[in-house]
Design a protein around this ligand. Structure first.
Ligand code: SAM
Length: 212
């Protein structure tokens, strides 16, 4: 059934007898499928977790997306199933090889073997008017990466960010790490919503923000 909080192209469907978040497309990571729909596992996807928890992502379907930290394509393949042009940045060659396989049957998914800290290296490829930057890089300096990529977003675009506390500091309290990251984000963004993603991802914060 379609759900008004979900983008067009993302539905709750019965897969293997269970109601699951799902998109239509070729399977990528051994996820269960039914009638052309592939279950989107929120335990393997920060954005899936954010949608499952009901964050207001602003995604409606068909938008231009810049995805930072695509790895082997688990989440970005679901995004490309419902979004418009989807640019997927990943700097590690090994997962990027699997990302190419995920992109093969998806004509709107464009893998870029690039460093998300260096947006100048892909600015000539990515369209200027990006509606959503989705970020899951899980490395030190996560807020800084988001700030550097704010330039791509349209005025009312959305940053959908997952911050992993332990990637910033393994010893600090997650709340302190999140506060520091949100402070840095405020250099370029207005924070619209934050939510702990612990039900699916321990010590992660989901953030929805818009450029200042
Ligand atoms: N988002 C993926 C998903 O849900 O399918 C999982 C991403 S994994 C947690 C983090 C990925 O970010 C890794 O593959 C890592 O190589 C990548 N990454 C980290 N820093 C990066 C950077 N500066 N530029 C590009 N990719 C980066």
């Amino acid at each position: 059934m379609s759900d008004p909080a979900l983008p067009d192209g993302v539905e709750r469907r019965e897969v293997n007898g269970e109601e699951r978040l799902a998109t239509r497309g070729e399977p990528v990571y051994g996820e269960p499928t039914a009638d052309g729909w592939r279950a989107w596992d929120p335990e393997r996807s920060k954005l899936g977790g954010m949608l499952e928890l009901g964050l207001e992502t602003g995604l409606t379907g068909g938008e231009t997306v810049l995805y930072l930290g695509a790895a082997s394509g688990t989440t970005v393949s679901h995004v490309a199933d419902f979004a418009g042009p989807t640019y997927a940045v990943e700097f590690a060659p090994r997962p990027a090889r699997d990302l190419l396989d995920a992109a093969e049957p998806r004509d709107r998914l464009f893998p870029l073997l690039k460093d998300a800290r260096k947006p100048d290296t892909y600015a000539h490829v990515v369209e200027a008017d990006v509606d959503a930057v989705v970020q899951d890089v899980a490395t030190r300096g996560q807020a800084d990466v988001a700030v550097r990529n704010a330039e791509f977003l349209t005025e009312d675009g959305r940053l959908l960010l997952a911050i992993k506390a332990r990637s910033e500091d393994v010893t600090a309290a997650p709340e302190a790490v999140f506060e520091g990251a949100l402070d840095r984000l405020r250099d370029a963004y207005e924070i619209l919503e934050t939510r702990r993603l612990d039900r699916f991802h321990e010590d992660h914060l989901g953030v929805v923000a818009t450029p200042k």
